[in-house]
Design a protein around this ligand. Structure first.
Ligand code: SAH
Length: 401
């Protein structure tokens, strides 16, 4: 096999990033290719002095010409995928013991660039975002069946990035019976996940740990959960003993689902959901007439908006959006209240995000004490050598005055 693999040689200076563990090779890093590989095929990669850097999957249509899979010469057979998926599962068992719904494989951060597998109870949802992985779907499905014996394996390959790989959207059933929705248990609470229409592959598993941690801050408090989606933070807060919880989302179907979750988890009496645009709602609840005084009416506010930016160019606009909701949330917080705030954009790092919170606090003449910092749950591992693997960050601030 070794002699037949096409070889991609890198330009001088381009090898270090790969040696450090970053799996992407852009066309601009390539010196030459010995024999033209077919798109989706395995190639070996060497530095300009012909030293082996490893093997990866090739795609001339993508800006990422090679996605590295191993520093060694490997064969992409069932044994390879089984080893990778089992070691990904071990990470989850170590760091999220007891979880029954979680991300099984998170692409680059599990050394399987282009492959995502989510587990919602006994149903798996697979998503590929590279041609190489897409071609190997059948093999991956067999391995998943062997390791996890799921009731069904569905496909939700509908990310916009697939077009950069020359791939169309592909949704459907890969194994087992069709399933429209499934009940997932998160931290002992029940959530119904819409596997056809829900965000990502159905829901935000990356917040699972934070749902619990923020919920624990909610005991006895009046809570506002902005951008609640299925009610994740709201239901956890209510279950943890919040006095009263209000969740807001602009999506009608999300609000209907969140209401259902309040009822199946037995927190209807303290929990309310309202369909609203958060920007408008916060504005109308913080705008006072000339002789009115604003009533600070919440003592825990959660801000978990969608990513306001998909690229670096739109970061300034995104920051204005984040600032706006922080300002208004601070107006509504009682002294001693807590603001738990999240940012899921890779392009806004924790420091920049904290600057937004501080700038809003300055404008409101409020002083904040940071009492917690948050990241994505451990089933979305962060590999610092691959900066793109880190995207979710958050913090909880207590209002000192
Ligand atoms: N907090 C959720 C995830 C939020 S995802 C969780 O923990 O699971 C972002 C949500 O914001 C989506 O449900 C989307 O419908 C909603 N959304 C986006 N823009 C909005 C806006 N301007 N006002 C209200 N909701 C909005």
């Amino acid at each position: 096999m070794e002699t037949t693999l096409p070889t991609v040689l890198l330009k001088p200076g381009e090898a270090d990033r790969i040696v450090a563990g970053h799996p992407w090779i852009y066309s601009g890093s390539i010196l030459r290719i010995t024999q033209p590989p077919e798109d989706g095929e395995l190639v070996q990669v060497k530095d300009h002095r012909q030293r082996l850097l490893g093997t990866g999957l090739f795609n001339s249509k993508s800006k990422i010409h090679v996605r590295m899979l191993s520093p060694d010469r490997v064969e992409l057979d069932a044994a390879f995928f089984e080893e990778r998926i089992r070691s990904a599962l071990d990470v989850r068992r170590r760091h999220q013991p007891g979880a029954t719904s979680f991300r099984v494989v998170n692409s680059e951060s599990d050394l399987l660039s282009g492959l995502i597998v989510d587990k919602y109870g006994d149903v798996l949802v697979l998503q590929t975002s590279s041609l190489g992985m897409d071609r190997r779907k059948g093999l991956i499905v067999q391995v998943l069946q062997k390791i996890l014996s799921p009731r069904s394996i569905l496909e939700r390959s509908d990310t916009a990035s697939r077009k950069f790989e020359g791939l169309e959207t592909s949704n459907g059933v890969l194994a087992g019976e069709p399933v429209e929705s499934v009940e997932a248990n998160l931290n002992g609470l029940k959530f119904r996940v819409d596997l056809q229409e829900g965000h990502k592959t159905g829901m935000y598993l990356d917040q699972q740990v934070n749902h619990r941690l923020v919920g624990e801050l909610a005991k006895g408090r009046t809570v506002l959960d902005c951008f609640t989606f299925l009610g994740g933070f709201a239901i956890h807060a209510a279950k943890a003993g919040a006095k009263q919880v209000l969740g807001l989302d602009q999506s009608e179907s999300a609000i209907a689902a969140a209401k259902n979750h309040a009822s199946v988890n037995g927190v209807e009496s303290t929990t309310t959901f309202e369909q609203a645009n958060v920007f408008d709602w916060l504005k109308s609840h913080t705008t006072t007439g000339p002789n009115d005084r604003l009533v600070h009416s919440f003592d825990l506010i959660v801000l978990d908006p969608p990513s306001f930016t998909r690229n670096r160019a739109s970061v300034p606009d995104a920051l204005r959006g984040y600032k706006e909701i922080h300002l208004r949330a601070l107006k509504l917080l009682r002294p001693g209240g807590i603001l738990a705030t999240f940012c899921c954009s890779h392009h806004v790092d924790a420091k920049l995000f904290e600057d937004v919170a501080l700038s809003a606090a300055f404008d409101q003449r409020r002083l904040l004490r940071r009492i917690a910092t948050y990241s994505q749950s451990p089933d979305h591992p962060v590999l610092p050598s691959i900066p793109e693997t880190e995207y979710l960050k958050g913090a909880a601030y207590e209002v000192v005055r």
